[in-house]
Write a protein that binds this ligand. Structure first.
Ligand SMILES: NC(=O)c1ccc[n+]([C@@H]2O[C@H](COP(=O)([O-])OP(=O)(O)OC[C@H]3O[C@@H](n4cnc5c(N)ncnc54)[C@H](O)[C@@H]3O)[C@@H](O)[C@H]2O)c1
Length: 322
């Protein structure tokens, strides 16, 4: 099969590349390397079944030609990370909404038989107060003048684009709402919590918690996430659906800091930093975030196989160079 992975030099995208290369597929990666890195895919670059294009999707003239010959598309490219979004909100519009529209237009014009996964985010649930976030829930988002939420609004626009092309052109679109994904190759640079904690615990620096640490998240290992996406994209029943993807064990950021410290056998102290200091802007954070994974399980039978402890130990070993 021929696979296009946008954002394939990034964290999640590069694991999808590994998976499809292992299966013997022909893989094309399109990435502008804004947050991704060639080092994530360099082990494939000499392979005859692997092609890399360095380009920004929103204005890339060759997109029509490239999509015309693919069977599956994973659209993972996006401007991500709260810090990144606060630094350059206008780039988020082009990198997320315009890029997605360009992709869907190209598919509608040149290849309406390819299946496409569009990566959305659990952020779109906003201040939903349900204990489990389900795909059928109403979305509770703040006023559009809160720039912190710009990313979530662009992901919602991507979802609407996906559904519009599904209904109007019959494109085989699946929207995935990814919950916190963790693992090798994730960068700390744009405010991702686990890589920060691993680096701080490994070096003995203070582990820095933003806010009061009572906020909870559910973390899924990227190897599980990519297996779930790989299985989902092949399910016809998933076309035209939103599907939560992640793990449903909930943990507070305070507990996460303690867990990393304990598994690293680290003497790091735990410190708190308010959002103003961390991001240069104060904002109300999401208190908890846990997915209802019933639909994912019903469609794919997949559940997460790796525990958070497995992931932390794996990342600590990488940071020790083992
Ligand atoms: N990691 C998570 O926990 C998480 C959670 C929810 C949703 N997501 C979504 O999953 C997708 C992948 O996220 P990730 O964590 O791997 O991030 P990432 O930053 O590692 O990957 C995104 C990739 O897209 C590339 N890119 C960005 N804009 C581009 C453009 N206009 N044209 C071409 N390439 C472009 C970047 O260089 C990068 O390689 C994103 O759509 C993100 O919104 C991730």
């Amino acid at each position: 099969m021929n696979i296009l992975i946008t954002g394939g030099a990034g964290f999640i995208g590069s694991h999808l590349v590994d998976l499809h290369m292992e299966k013997g597929d022909r893989v094309i990666v399109l990435d502008n390397l804004s947050t991704g890195s060639l080092s994530n895919i360099e082990h494939h670059t000499d392979h005859p079944d692997f092609t890399f294009y360095e380009a920004s999707m929103e204005d890339w003239a060759e997109l029509d030609d490239v999509v015309s010959a693919v069977d599956l598309v994973y659209h993972m490219a996006a401007v991500v990370g709260v810090k990144h979004v606060l630094e350059s909100p206008t780039n988020v519009i082009g990198g997320n909404i315009t890029a997605t529209e360009h992709l869907m237009e190209a598919l509608a014009k040149c290849n309406s038989t390819a299946s496409v996964i569009i990566a959305s985010s659990s952020e779109v649930y906003g201040f939903n107060e349900e204990m489990l976030f389900s795909e059928t829930d109403d979305l509770v988002l703040p006023s559009t003048d809160r720039l912190r939420w710009c990313y979530a609004f662009t992901k919602l626009a991507d979802e609407i684009l996906g559904f519009s092309y599904y209904h109007q052109y019959g494109l085989k679109t699946i929207i995935v709402r990814l919950f916190n994904t963790v693992g090798a190759r994730q960068r700390a640079r744009y405010g991702m919590v686990l890589p920060h904690f691993i680096a701080q615990a490994s070096s003995g620096d203070p582990i820095t918690i933003y806010g009061d640490g009572k906020q909870t998240r559910s973390f899924c290992d990227v190897r599980d996430t990519s297996r779930m996406l790989y299985t989902l994209i092949q399910k016809e029943r998933a076309y035209g659906q939103i599907v939560n993807v992640g793990a449903d064990r909930e943990i507070s950021i305070n507990e996460l800091a303690q867990l990393v410290k304990q598994r690293a056998n680290s003497n790091s102290e735990i410190k708190y930093m308010d959002y103003e200091e961390a991001y240069g802007m104060n904002f109300r954070d999401i208190v908890h975030r846990r997915p209802d994974l019933g639909r994912l399980h019903d469609l794919t039978g997949c559940t997460s196989e790796l525990s958070l402890e497995d992931t932390i130990d794996f990342l600590l070993n990488i940071s020790k160079g083992q």
